[in-house]
Design a protein around this ligand. Structure first.
Ligand code: ATP
Length: 247
């Protein structure tokens, strides 16, 4: 834990390395990354294709195992925990929002939202559920199935599903990728308010400099390393940094 600060961040990594050995030559997807993510912050992860964004996020979220180094959720180093315990940490402390929404088609919006709670054997906090769905503007859509909802509404259901478990960290993988610009902007504003007003910790992988402009911090990856760590990023800054690393 050499690089891990004393004040406990929401999550982070300590000399995290991930090497894939499935192909003919090993690929170092994440190369000695140490980063601490502050509680209540909104962080964007950017970088060219193949720079290691998804691998870093998957390792941080306990979806993939590091080759070496530490991965912290609060004080738990999940790299040292058995798979069963990692699954529990993931269920109890982490929320996910994917580009493809990952909603179950046969369930209503509400059933999709409360599914993680039911799987964890936890009670549904009706007041919290009402508050989350009304702040996302989907309170009148709860009995609809995903096929009866627009893309933006489906993504908001996916966000509600990530929020009702009150996770310590929410990981979002290209959450605006499948949305039109207006709906995408509304979603980013919502994620921003989740961090600023509700103290949620959000980590978002994005290709879009405009989306990164909504975050408090942006990490730029190149060849599995963090090459820029930008406070209060703007779309313009991120666009020029991205241009510089792909040049
Ligand atoms: N399961 C795997 N097996 C072997 N190599 C992999 C695997 N997953 C990713 N890689 C390699 O690791 C490197 C980083 O991939 P990763 O998907 O993390 O990048 P990324 O920045 O998320 O890319 P993109 O923006 O295209 O989604 C790439 O060279 C990729 O080919």
């Amino acid at each position: 834990m050499t690089n891990y600060p004393n004040q406990v961040p929401a999550c982070g990594t300590d000399h995290l390395t991930k090497v894939y050995t499935t192909g003919e030559t090993p690929v170092v997807a994440v190369d000695d990354v140490s980063v601490a993510i502050e509680r209540g912050s909104f962080t964007a992860i950017m970088g060219p294709s193949g720079s290691g964004k998804s691998t870093l996020m998957h390792c941080m979220a306990g979806l993939d195992r590091p080759t070496s180094g530490g991965v912290f959720i609060g004080t738990d180093n999940i790299a040292l925990l058995p798979e069963k315990t990692v699954t529990r940490v993931r269920r109890d402390k982490i929320g996910f929002v994917f580009q493809s929404f990952n909603l179950l088609p046969t369930l209503t919006a509400e059933q999709n939202i409360v599914l993680p709670l039911e799987l964890a054997g936890r009670k549904v906090d009706r007041q919290l559920l009402d508050q989350v769905v009304s702040s996302l503007g989907i309170a009148d859509r709860l009995t609809h199935r995903p096929s009866q909802l627009s893309g933006g509404q489906q993504q908001r259901v996916a966000i509600a599903r990530a929020l009702v478990t009150q996770p310590e960290v929410i990981f979002a993988d290209e959450p605006t990728g499948a949305l039109d610009q207006r709906t995408g902007t509304a979603l980013l504003e919502y994620l921003q308010s989740c961090a600023r007003d509700q103290g949620r910790t959000i980590i978002m992988v994005t290709h879009d400099p405009k989306a990164a402009g909504y975050a408090d911090r942006a990490l730029m990856l190149l060849d599995g390393r963090i090459v820029q760590d930008v406070a209060d990023p703007t779309a313009e800054t991120m666009l020029s940094l991205l241009g510089a690393v792909v040049a």
